[in-house]
Write a protein that binds this ligand. Structure first.
Ligand SMILES: *Cc1c(COP(=O)(O)O)cnc(C)c1O
Length: 233
């Protein structure tokens, strides 16, 4: 990947790779949404991403997202992808249409409370730590059924999917069991019928491993460096 390419070229290049992986794994490219992770870049560059035709934007801290959100919120669909502290829920609620990092009951309760106050429903992904790395946030897979059961008491939370982060490895192929594990967990959870609607989405895959994630069923890939680059590029 040549990081000096322009944004349009990078997007086209990534879209071609997504198209190719979908073809070889018998999926439709329109089942896979790109969340452009703009956490590394400026407001101007985030506007360029929207101008280039991408719609889903991912940010991991309200501090970094605020100026971009205030200027551009009407133009995009906003995804909160970072670890969310309970006392920061008030900042992001009602602004981000998707929260990818629901990983504990105290956070669920706070999201439910604030969403109820605003009379809105929030789309959430339950973050699962499939790899078991200590450094990663997320529930253990075994905890997921009971967790979803507790969410049944929270009518303002709409569980749309599961999210995971794969370990950083040299050979992306090594991430496959993690992505496959998330898909299999989703399918098992759906058999248990713990949610109003079947859980549809899998938020998995980043710049280094998105093709493997798509082969394993990703419906949202979260792409930062490969797509929008970093500001110093
Ligand atoms: C930063 C970040 C990404 C994007 O990472 P890249 O490797 O730059 O594509 C994806 N998901 C989360 C949760 C992130 O924090």
């Amino acid at each position: 990947m040549n990081y000096r390419l322009g944004l349009q070229e990078r997007i086209a290049h990534v879209q071609e790779r997504i198209q190719a992986v979908c073809e070889r794994s018998n999926r439709h490219a329109d089942e896979v949404q790109i969340v452009a992770v703009t956490k590394y870049v400026s407001l101007a560059k985030t506007a360029d991403v929207l101008d280039a035709g991408l719609m889903h934007l991912g940010e991991n801290r309200w501090q970094n997202a605020q100026a971009k959100w205030e200027a551009l919120h009407d133009r995009g669909v906003w995804h909160f992808i970072g670890h969310l502290q309970t006392n920061k829920v008030k900042d992001v609620i009602g602004k981000f249409q998707y929260i990818h990092s629901l990983d504990r009951l105290s956070l669920a309760k706070e999201l439910e409370k604030k969403a109820a106050e605003l009379d809105i429903r929030v789309n959430v992904f339950v973050q699962v730590n499939i790899s078991g790395e200590e450094s990663k946030y997320g529930l253990a897979a075994e905890e997921a059924p009971a967790f979803l059961e507790s969410l049944q008491q929270m009518p303002h939370l709409n569980v749309v999917g599961l999210m995971t982060m794969a370990p950083e490895v040299e050979d992306a192929e090594q991430t496959r069991p993690v992505f496959r594990g998330l898909r299999e967990l989703r399918d098992r959870l759906n058999e248990l019928k713990l949610t109003e609607q079947p859980i549809q989405h899998l938020s998995m895959g980043m710049s280094g491993d998105f093709e493997i994630a798509i082969e394993e069923g990703a419906t949202f890939v979260r792409l930062g460096s490969i797509l929008v680059g970093k500001e110093e590029d």
